[in-house]
Design a binder for this molecule. Structure first.
Ligand SMILES: Cc1cc2nc3c(=O)[nH]c(=O)nc-3n(C[C@H](O)[C@H](O)[C@H](O)COP(=O)(O)O)c2cc1C
Length: 281
C-alpha cells in the first residue's frame, strides 16, 4: 500500500511478525527506519547485479560504527572479492547455493588478537585472558553483523548471514589467512534481492520480553500458539530429520528447533577456538 501512513505500516509489520497489536504513534520520529527494521527479511536469491566496491566499503564503515564493548573494537570484516577464494569456500556449503550466487560475500570476524598485540607493544600484563575476552569479541562481531545488515537494508540490499561456515571453521580460517585469536563468526551474502521481503514470525513478546523478573512459566502455551500462527503464515516446506522423528501433521517451529538441536553440530568448535589461542575458562 504505497500511500499507507508510516505508523500504520510499522504497526502492520509488527502485527504480522508477532501476531499481536501494537500502538504506533504517528508523531514518533524515525518511523521510516522502524518500518525497515520491522520489515526485515533475510534474502537468499539475488539479482545478477554487482554491489559496487565503494558501496561495500561504506557498508563496512557503517557496520563498524556500531557500539563496541569498552571501545575495544574486537570485530573485523573480511570482504571476499577474490573469485578463486570464493570458489574455494562455497563448495564447503553445498546446501546453501546462495553463498555461491550472492554478488558479494563478507565474513565477520571476532578479533581477540589486537588487544594482546597492544599489551605486548605497550609492555603491559594481560591478566584478562579468559572466556570474557572471547565473549566480548564474539558479541562485538554479532553487533557488527546486525549493523551491516541494517545499513545494507537501508540501501535496498538484502543479506543472509551464514553461520554454517563455522562447520568448516579451520578450513575457512586457513583460506582467509586468519591468525591466532581471529575466528570467523559468520559469513554474509549481500546482493540486490530477487524477491520482496518475507516476514518470518517471531515468538510473542510475552515469551521474549521480561519485566523486572524473569518468568517463563507460561511460555510453553504461548509457544504452541506461535507454532500454530506461524504455520498459517509461513509453513515449513520440509520437515527435518523425518527418518529419525517421523512426519507430523502439526509440525511447527518447536518441532523444527527441537529436531535441529537433536543432531550434533559443530561439537569441535570449542576445540577450534581453543586452538586459535582463546582461553575459554
Ligand atoms: C548469526 C546468524 C547465522 C545465520 N546462519 C545462516 C546460515 O548459515 N544459512 C542461512 O541460510 N541462514 C542463516 N541465518 C539466517 C536465519 O536463518 C534467519 O535470520 C532466520 O531464519 C530468520 O529469518 P529472517 O532473517 O528472514 O527474519 C543466520 C542468521 C544469523 C543471525
Amino acid at each position: 500500500m504505497p500511500d499507507e501512513p508510516l505508523h500504520d505500516t510499522v504497526a502492520g509489520l509488527l502485527q504480522r511478525r508477532f501476531n499481536e497489536p501494537f500502538r504506533i504513534d504517528a508523531a514518533w520520529r524515525g518511523l521510516d527506519e522502524l518500518a525497515r527494521i520491522a520489515g526485515h527479511s533475510s534474502h537468499r536469491k539475488f539479482r545478477d547485479e554487482p554491489v559496487a566496491p565503494d558501496l561495500l566499503r561504506a557498508l563496512c564503515a557503517c557496520a563498524l560504527s556500531a557500539p563496541s564493548k569498552s571501545d575495544l573494537q574486537q570485530a573485523d570484516l573480511m570482504i571476499v572479492s577474490d573469485g578463486t577464494l570464493r570458489d574455494a569456500i562455497t563448495p564447503l556449503l553445498p546446501d546453501m547455493p546462495w553463498t555461491r550466487e550472492a554478488p558479494a560475500f563478507v565474513v565477520v570476524l571476532a578479533n581477540g588478537r589486537r588487544l594482546t598485540q597492544l599489551a605486548a607493544r605497550k609492555g603491559t600484563p594481560f591478566p584478562n585472558d579468559h572466556l570474557d575476552q572471547f565473549f566480548n569479541a564474539a558479541v562485538d562481531a554479532g553487533i557488527v553483523l546486525a549493523t551491516f545488515i541494517r545499513a545494507a537494508e537501508a540501501i535496498g540490499l538484502g543479506c543472509c548471514p551464514i553461520s554454517v561456515i563455522r562447520d568448516h571453521a579451520a578450513t575457512v580460517s586457513t583460506l582467509l589467512g586468519l591468525p591466532e585469536r581471529v575466528i570467523p563468526v559468520a559469513g554474509l551474502c549481500v546482493g540486490w534481492p530477487h524477491f520482496p521481503n518475507r516476514i518470518t514470525p517471531r515468538l510473542p513478546l510475552s515469551v521474549t520480553v521480561h519485566e523486572n523478573r524473569f518468568d517463563d512459566s507460561r511460555s510453553a502455551e504461548a509457544i504452541d500458539t506461535y507454532d500454530r500462527y506461524r504455520e498459517t503464515v509461513l509453513p515449513y516446506a520440509k520437515q527435518r530429520a523425518v527418518a529419525d522423528f517421523g512426519e507430523r501433521a502439526d509440525y511447527g517451529w518447536s518441532d523444527d528447533k527441537a529436531r535441529q538441536y537433536a543432531i550434533p553440530q559443530r561439537a569441535d568448535f570449542g576445540t577450534f577456538v581453543r586452538e586459535k589461542g582463546f582461553k575459554l575458562d
